[in-house]
Design a binder for this molecule. Structure first.
Ligand SMILES: *Cc1c(COP(=O)(O)O)cnc(C)c1O
Length: 386
């Protein structure tokens, strides 16, 4: 039996459903951010974050800071770029474009390489773009949560290292870390940013980023000071190094209870390479099931093909004659929350189902069957017989 209060089953692409113990960890009593048990916990969280990224390179560093996923965009924009430098943004939807907006806000010169909705730029297009200019960074939205499109960060990173080796490879992994395969060292990534509330399955409130030694060198050798205070990696670096070593340090108060909750979440899957790999496989299996069932209802996904589809959510076009304004309330009456569309070109035409974290890894909870059966019934109530 769950210890959670009755609530609507939340099957959106984050925040996701919680494991009981993760939520209970949020009720940790008052504790100084310099107290020994907290130091031990934070140290362990930073080490498990390395495991989560399948990284063993001692020159890389995890940063865990109060904030949401978006704070990672500010960190990239203000630390890895200097005013007027070039950034290439691969645009696969709303979140890619928002990342570009953030880079522009700090004075980067941004070029966006877009694909038709549901698709992604080809490697040939990316290669051509990289040969046009000196790009300080390339940004890839691993899973754009507005389209459910998965980018091939491994192939793109390999291409960047071949044709533009000084360009830093930046990954927005807010909707992919802990549900999609990421091999940070092996794939030569430089910076991955995420948040606590999507596939990691902890409450919202933490910006989690992981930087390569190469990225940290770029920050250390800037010509101009980092134009931010709270998002400054040089300010956070000694703090994270101290915490990882189990020593107290202060720049800004860490959210103690959120760190306890993240510790519990990571303890459930980021303790060994095997358990991380298993988590990736399970998300793939559950995703295939959801996509097969949705297809059996006669519906099409926004992502143009299965190999370009994310494994933590599914974006689905509504059938002719059914609107989100009818479908979502009908689902809510069954005590289930799914998400509407947010990509501006197609927003009213599709909906999104999240299937990350415990909803994917604990079949005994029945979340996947519950949402798929309710969807069939709600579609029927809206006049479409699946
Ligand atoms: C949710 C999301 C963000 C923004 O994260 P917040 O935690 O809402 O700030 C950024 N990028 C992607 C791909 C996302 O899914």
């Amino acid at each position: 039996m769950s210890t959670q209060k009755p609530h609507a089953l939340t099957m959106i692409p984050g925040p996701i459903e919680f494991d009981d113990r993760v939520l209970e960890a949020m009720a940790h009593p008052a504790e100084a951010h310099t107290a020994a048990p907290f130091l031990k916990t934070f140290s362990s969280v930073l080490k498990m974050t390395r495991q989560l990224f399948l990284s063993t390179d001692p020159n890389s560093q995890a940063f865990i800071v109060a904030g949401s996923g978006s704070l990672g965009w500010d960190m990239v924009a203000s630390n890895l770029l200097e005013h007027g430098e070039n950034a290439l943004v691969l645009n696969t939807g709303y979140f890619s474009a928002a990342f570009a907006d953030c880079l522009t806000a700090y004075g980067a010169k941004v070029d966006q390489l877009s694909a038709p909705v549901g698709d992604r730029p080809t490697l040939e297009q990316i290669e051509q773009a990289l040969k046009q200019k000196n790009y300080k960074v390339i940004t890839i939205t691993h899973v754009d949560t507005s389209t459910g499109v998965l980018s091939d960060i491994r192939a793109i990173s390999e291409l960047v290292h071949r044709v533009s080796p000084d360009t830093l490879v930046i990954v927005d992994g807010v909707c992919s870390v802990a549900s999609e395969v990421i091999r940070f060292d092996e794939w030569g990534l430089d910076f991955v940013l995420t948040g606590s509330q999507k596939a990691i399955g902890a409450p919202p409130g933490l910006s989690i980023t992981y930087a390569s030694g190469r990225a940290l060198k770029v920050v250390a050798s800037r010509k101009t000071p980092v134009p931010t205070y709270f998002a400054s990696l040089p300010r956070w670096l000694p703090i994270m190094q101290a915490y990882e070593a189990g020593k107290p340090a202060y720049f800004a108060t860490p959210p103690v209870q959120n760190i306890y909750a993240l510790h519990e979440a990571l303890s459930q899957f980021a303790t060994s390479t095997e358990s991380v790999e298993t988590r990736f496989k399970v998300h793939e299996q559950v995703s295939n099931k959801v996509k097969d069932v949705v297809a059996s209802y006669g519906l099409k996904t926004v992502a143009v093909s299965r190999d370009k589809s994310a494994h933590g959510l599914t974006c689905v076009y509504l059938p002719e004659g059914v609107a989100n304004t009818d479908l979502l309330p009908s689902m809510l009456k069954k005590n289930i929350v799914i998400a509407g569309g947010i990509h501006k070109e197609i927003a009213p035409k599709y909906f999104r189902i999240g299937h990350m974290g415990v909803s994917a890894t604990r079949p005994e909870l029945g979340h996947i069957d519950t949402v798929l059966n309710a969807l069939k019934q709600s579609l029927s109530e809206c006049g479409y017989n699946a």
